[in-house]
Write a protein that binds this ligand. Structure first.
Ligand code: TRP
Length: 449
């Protein structure tokens, strides 16, 4: 009965782990959230700040998650307890709660992408893109597509690490890379693409001299790298032997950044080439879902196939990320309650889907859930992880060294986690906490009114 009597599942190959972790990282965050935040915060200046956040702050914290996960070979709650004692259990529980919240609204946006892909197959995007988005992003139909997406996610996680998660990543991630690069190349051939590049890559540093933008960039970096709630920790817990964890962290961070960067190279030229730049300036959650289909509808015969490929890439990204979120919750439930994988994935998946229904019905709820997780929960989670590996976990450096070639950097890394990362994260939270509280207040007020 108890899951501890069975041997822990493992990845079949190192590549499987790497692609599954990249699959977790690459998702709606790269192709929807990153372009929209970049547009909102003045283009290239945000890009530069974002690069800094990914490589200076994100990468060391990813390594911290890997070290805990591979060292303990347990899901987050038990892993933190293993090294830190009972006092750290609530932090693990908070990670699982964060997974619930992120996945419940993530499944909603992913449902939109399914529906847009279906629309492309059925002949394209005629009519008013704004009206279509309104129709797609609210009401009972949105729930139908959300449930469909969640059912696929649950099915894959029920399949287990090797046969479900790893196999999906091995097949789908190469497809995603091809599509994103292909569309970016196609977009470069369009007349007027230059305006998009100028917008994306022209730097004005005045835009980023604010704590608010720093908070956004950091939150986005953690979100995009799937950090701060034990997703990477859980994936590393299925590693056998001595993977080179610093190298894995670097490969995953670079790949994740590359997809976000190339997503900008596909989105902005497409939108500018078709004269839709006005909609980029006033970017909101829905902007890409409005301006891109609009662009596809104005592209003539190329529109539906390009649109279909674009939404397939979004679906693939969303699916491999949703899998990792559900795996955190599933693995924790298996380890904590002794449930089977099938029961845990199905049971928690259904609850998460139900929690997402308010977000499917109301865009403001969705925005508030997004702000709450990104401005607060995963930042606090990252802070806890830095403190845990910096100060609490015994032998963190020794575990990190296993399988690594150069060992020079490990003391620097540990001191970074001890002092620099917590200081930076506290600074970032100074803005993140009020933003998240505002979102929460709007959510509660909006829900009542
Ligand atoms: N990284 C994913 C994206 O960019 C989202 C995601 C998956 C995530 N797992 C996560 C975010 C864990 C935070 C924590 O779309």
């Amino acid at each position: 009965m108890s899951s501890s009597s069975q041997p822990r599942e493992q990845w079949a190959s190192r590549l499987g782990f790497t692609l599954a972790a990249i699959g977790s990282a690459v998702g709606l965050g790269n192709m929807w959230r990153f372009p929209y935040l970049t547009a909102e915060n003045g283009g290239a200046a945000f890009l530069i700040l974002y690069i800094l956040m990914v490589f200076v702050l994100g990468l060391p914290i990813m390594l911290a998650e890997f070290v805990i996960g591979r060292g303990a070979k347990k899901s987050p709650i038990q892993a933190l307890e293993h090294y830190g004692g009972r006092a750290w259990k609530p932090v693990g529980i908070a990670f699982v709660v964060t997974g619930f919240v992120i996945l419940s609204y993530y499944g909603v946006i992913a449902g939109w992408t399914l529906r847009y892909a279906g629309r492309a197959v059925l002949g394209g995007f005629p009519g008013s893109a704004a009206e279509r988005f309104q129709e797609y992003s609210g009401g009972g139909d949105a729930v139908v597509f959300q449930v469909l997406f969640m059912a696929i996610t649950i099915g894959i996680v029920m399949g287990g690490i090797k046969k479900g998660i790893e196999r999906t990543a091995l097949i789908l991630m190469p497809l995603l890379f091809l599509i994103v690069v292909g569309i970016a190349i196609y977009a470069a051939t369009l007349n007027g693409a230059g305006g998009g590049y100028r917008f994306y890559l022209h730097t004005d540093f005045r835009d980023i001299l604010s704590l608010g933008v720093l908070t956004q960039a950091a939150g986005q970096a953690f979100y995009s790298l799937s950090l701060g709630m034990g997703a990477m920790l859980t994936f590393a817990s299925y590693l056998s032997g001595d993977a080179n964890l610093p190298r894995q962290s670097l490969i995953i961070s670079v790949s994740d950044f590359a997809v976000a960067f190339v997503a900008g190279l596909m989105v902005f030229p497409l939108i500018f080439a078709l004269g839709l730049s006005g909609e980029v300036g006033e970017s909101t959650i829905g902007a890409l879902f409005i301006s891109l289909p609009q662009a596809f509808s104005q592209m003539g015969s190329a529109g539906p196939p390009i649109g279909l490929l674009f939404f397939v890439a979004l679906i693939v990204g969303a699916l491999t990320s949703a899998i990792s979120l559900l795996e955190v919750v599933t693995a924790s439930t298996m380890d904590s309650l002794g449930w089977s994988r099938h029961k845990a994935a199905l049971g928690t998946g259904v609850v998460i889907t139900a929690l997402g229904i308010p977000a499917a019905l109301n865009l403001d709820v969705l925005g508030a859930m997004d702000a709450l997780t990104n401005n607060l929960l995963i930042l606090v989670g990252a802070l806890a992880l830095a403190v845990f590996v910096g100060w609490i976990m015994p032998d963190a450096t020794r575990e990190a060294r296993k399988g690594a070639e150069s060992t020079r950097w490990f003391p620097v890394w540990r001191n970074f986690l001890r002092f620099v990362a917590p200081a930076l994260l506290v600074l970032i939270l100074i803005r993140g906490v009020p933003a998240a509280l505002d979102a929460l207040r709007a959510l509660l007020g909006g829900g009542g009114g």
